[in-house]
Write a protein that binds this ligand. Sequence first.
Ligand code: ATP
Length: 317
Amino acid sequence: MIALEAFNLRKTYRINNQIVEAVKNVSLNIASGQVMAFLGPNGAGKTTSIKMMAGLIKPDFGWTKISGINPHKNPSALEKLGAVLEGNRNVYWRLTPQENLEYFGVLKGLTHFQARKSGIALLERFGLQNKRRTAVQQLSRGMQQKLAFAVALVHQPQVLLLDEPTLGLDVEATEDVKILVREIAASGCAILLTTHQLDIAEQLADNIAIIQKGEIITELPTDELIRKFSGKAYKIQMESVLDEVRITELEKIGVEVEEKRIIYVSQPEFIYKVFDIIKPLELKIVEKAEADLTQIFLKLVKEGNRKQETEKFMINN
Ligand code: ATP
């Protein structure tokens, strides 16, 4: 089931008689239980798109639906939405975790009793029950982030917006948040994740959408995107350094050898010839040399810039 839909969203700002096209044409769908990473360079239009999807700003054109309901026409749609904003902006620092959960639960349409019950269950789930009466400002950054998730989930939303959920967290807290995101998705919630930490996006997202200058330039399942840019090269790591005779043999068939122990086979049909040359030496790792999301992102954004500059040049000449 599609939980979050955006269709042809457009938003233009006017500053000092100058028109800024923040979002030009953004459409996307996220199914229940799926995580979509929404990535883009600074100023690409991510926040503006998310604010429109969350019903916070009205699009100039296009529409958005949360569980089938347009939040701009029917604000009850927001009862199906939770958000964890950067820097825990969705919790009150002077209140305790329990007070935050009850306050935001009621704000999202629960009765006080329901909010308290759901809040207690979430505090237990996130290991925060013994901190329920401590002011949020006295909690560690990792605990504050877990509370921000609990607050976003108190009314059992069907869509969750996550803005830089691991920014500034240490390694352990980052791992906790990653586990949490996977659990929340597995429970059926659709998640839209924005982050500049591309390794986190790669690990968590089922699908990736990249926005640049207000337009989505790529939208693909994560594994497909990585496969598309990875080519067919193999990387072989040897347990010990190769002798000169074997290195010469390998180089003769056009295979690259780095630091005498890493072999790059860019033509996959040569892989068994390579094995013949290196046998019976011990291998450490044999793997497909996969591109990572950072390399892919930089390549796509660079290509997008070139394309947009060419189009501008054609229009002006
Ligand atoms: P970042 O990664 O830096 O947070 P972003 O992808 O979230 O960037 P947006 O904040 O959506 O990008 O901004 C897109 C463009 O719209 C930018 O050029 C920004 O300056 C402009 N913009 C955003 N909000 C407003 C506003 N309220 N008034 C005028 N211009 C705005």
